[in-house]
Design a binder for this molecule. Structure first.
Ligand code: ME8
Length: 644
């Protein structure tokens, strides 16, 4: 049977900083949907990737002293690691620096030019570099970027423009004919009232003030506007305008672009207009999810409050994190992350409900039937209630997933888990055992094992690791589809269960919160936000840097400066010369340790007297809030050699 294609995408992630728990939200939701659809018989293509061009990346790379490519390569490695840690099952990862993508973006520009949708003019407007967005004067809020509240710069340059205004009426008509296109509904109204009704202006789609981007093929001093470059990924990844475009033929138009609410505007106005200009069908749905808040702010590095997903996964396990993201945040709205909410959710649902059901059931099958799942006997009314619940749940979860509501889907699955726990209390297997009613006991055990099989199958797209551990405990193979949920009775009697370790361990919330607070304080003092670099003050050009003479020097002698805890006085061999230098590292190094070491010296510093001791230069050190370490060449090096 030919499977129905289902194309789902996350936004491509900016490669301009480290990734926080908020970033994982979009990807984990898409992963759960993709996995569910695969198990439900769809031919799924799940795309994610990285957005690697633009002024912001170029600036960050410069700050870091590396090339933009080196910079994005590092972040690419980081995000690929993150998706591995979170078990994200994407089918393709696209980088906007991939050759095929860049070449196709150029073809897209050519096509737009040929069709008369691009023209040359001059741009003057306010640009927010962190958001890579242009704003008009009237869109600014208190003179700042309306999206992120940061400073904007007035930019004027020769630019190419895309005739966005031309598509205004077609867009409105499309929204009217496709009321499901933008979801949730509130976001549709926001787009129409805030952006379309005031009138769409043509969009500046090229830049000349930096060069880290796709070159505009017909005018290579221009680079493509990053949002046109980025949005195109959804079709370039499928082979659009490339030799092999079979994936494009199969999967386009996308079934779902899942995006955060702040970028709905790009996906529901600019993207459809570009697609109209390219004469391509439009995606079926753009869903704008809410933000994960930490305190009152969108969790983002620039605002300083990051929750590190690597740390959380390492500490609580992948599924506690996946479950929290999928279950706790009301879908479509913002949700608040707190350590307490994560721990409480883990304890209540994963430890108490799911973990308990599995450990109690496997323990009882082990105790009463030597670990072998018995065959059931006649079912009672009570059993039927559970059986009906199990059989009805897939249908409900399917509806929830079609509505893109992971919390509702999980709520429905957990109804089986909670009902089964109650069933244990109602049937009291320990009493049945005591009274020697093995026949009823066997049915009760069988019903419980089946309830676990149903819930673990349905949970597989959400908490992948836990589901597979449950199947191991049940002694059953991990299902790859939902076929086994058509009948109650799929567990073969005679299957041998293993109790093994608990799925989840109860967390002592108060103790853990204190521990986390301590860790957070340590992290905060390490990551004290630095003042935003004021470019004029902080950047020096190469000529200024060249004024500073650095060289290697060998420590001939080293002693403490009298009456000082901090100072050491050094005699240094610098080529043919011997220098005396004072350095404030006595609390970090003993004089004996320093003798014979090679250090890096600032050679042409004006002489100074420190505590009455003459110092001719400075020894370079690196420091954080805990320690100070001197800088030394990576391999042996004579003294007096230039350091640059
Ligand atoms: O926007 N809560 O990339 P990005 C929930 N490159 N979601 C959050 C979040 C939070 N605190 N912080 C970020 C971009 N996200 C562009 C996309 S697509 C053609 C180009 C989500 O790295 C954010 O909403 O800033 C978005 O969906 C995704 O992370 C990537 O954000």
């Amino acid at each position: 049977m030919c499977k129905k294609p289902y194309y789902i995408t996350t936004p491509i992630y900016y490669s301009s900083g480290s990734f926080h728990l908020g970033h994982c939200y979009t990807t984990v939701i898409c992963d759960a949907i993709a996995r569910f659809k695969r198990m439900d018989g769809y031919d799924v293509f799940y795309l994610t990737g990285t957005d690697e061009h633009g002024q912001k990346v170029q600036q960050r790379a410069k700050d870091a002293g590396v090339t933009p490519k080196q910079f994005v390569d590092k972040l690419y490695d980081q995000i690929v690691d993150l998706w591995k840690v979170l078990d994200i099952s994407y089918d393709k990862f696209i980088r906007t620096t991939d050759d095929y993508h860049e070449a196709t973006v150029q073809k897209i520009y050519e096509k737009l030019l040929e069709n008369g949708d691009i023209y040359k003019s001059e741009y003057q407007g306010w640009y927010c570099t962190p958001c890579e967005s242009f704003w008009t004067e009237s869109q600014l809020v208190d003179g700042k970027c309306p999206d992120c509240g940061r400073e904007v710069k007035l930019e004027k340059e020769e630019s190419y423009f895309f005739r966005l205004s031309k598509y205004q009426d077609r867009l409105i008509k499309f929204y009217e004919e496709n009321p499901e296109f933008i979801s949730p509904k509130s976001r549709m109204n926001e787009m129409i009232n805030n952006f379309i009704k005031p009138g769409l202006k043509d969009l500046c789609v090229s830049r000349t003030t930096f060069d880290w981007g796709v070159k505009v093929p017909f005018d290579p001093k221009h680079v493509a506007y990053v949002w046109v470059d980025a949005l195109s990924n959804y079709i370039t990844a499928l082979g659009y305008l490339q030799e092999d475009d079979s994936l494009f033929g199969k999967y386009w138009p996308a079934d779902l672009h899942m995006v955060g609410k702040e970028i709905v505007r790009f996906h529901t106005i600019i993207w459809p207009a570009l697609l109209m200009a390219l004469d391509l069908p439009l995606p079926k749905k753009v869903y704008g999810h809410g933000w994960l808040l930490f305190g009152n702010d969108k969790m983002s590095k620039s605002k300083g409050n990051i929750v590190d997903p690597f740390f959380l996964v390492e500490r609580y396990g992948i599924d506690a994190i996946r479950y929290f993201l999928l279950r706790e945040i009301p879908f479509g709205s913002d949700g608040v992350y707190t350590n307490e909410a994560l721990l409480a959710r883990t304890n209540s649902d994963l430890v108490n409900d799911l973990g308990n059901l599995v450990s109690r059931t496997t323990a009882m099958v082990t105790q009463y039937f030597g670990g072998t799942i018995p065959a059931p006997n006649a079912y009672t009314e009570l059993d039927r209630e559970l059986i009906d619940l199990c059989l009805a749940t897939l249908g409900k979860v399917r509806v929830d997933i079609d509505n893109l509501s992971a919390p509702d889907a999980l709520c429905n699955i957990f109804k089986i888990v909670q009902r089964a726990n109650k069933y244990i209390d109602e049937t009291m297997p320990w009493a049945l055992n005591k009274n020697g009613d093995k026949e009823r006991l066997a049915t009760v055990m069988y019903v419980l094992c089946e309830c676990i099989r149903f819930s673990a199958t349905l949970l597989a797209p959400f908490v992948t690791n836990t589901s597979s551990r449950i199947f191991q405990k049940l002694g059953l193979p991990m299902p790859t589809n939902f076929d086994g949920l058509q009948n109650f009775g799929g567990t073969p009697s005679g299957t041998v269960v293993t109790k093994g370790e608990n799925l989840f361990n109860r967390i002592d919330i108060q103790k853990e919160l204190k521990e986390l607070e301590k860790i957070a304080q340590e992290l905060a003092s390490k990551n004290q936000p630095k003042a935003e670099p004021k470019q004029d003050e902080e950047l020096v050009d190469i000529a200024d840097f060249a004024k500073i003479k650095l060289c290697t020097a060998k420590v001939l002698s080293c002693e403490k400066v009298a009456k000082s805890d901090k100072l050491l006085v050094f005699k240094l061999q610098v080529g043919d010369e011997v220098r005396q230098v004072v350095s404030g590292i006595a609390q970090h190094y003993s004089p004996d340790y320093m003798i014979g070491k090679t250090v890096v010296l600032v050679k042409n510093l004006k002489p100074a007297k420190i505590r009455g001791v003459e110092s001719n230069g400075m020894i370079l050190c690196a420091s954080d809030d805990k320690s100070v370490v001197f800088v030394t060449p990576e391999k042996d090096m004579d003294s007096g050699k230039e350091v640059r």
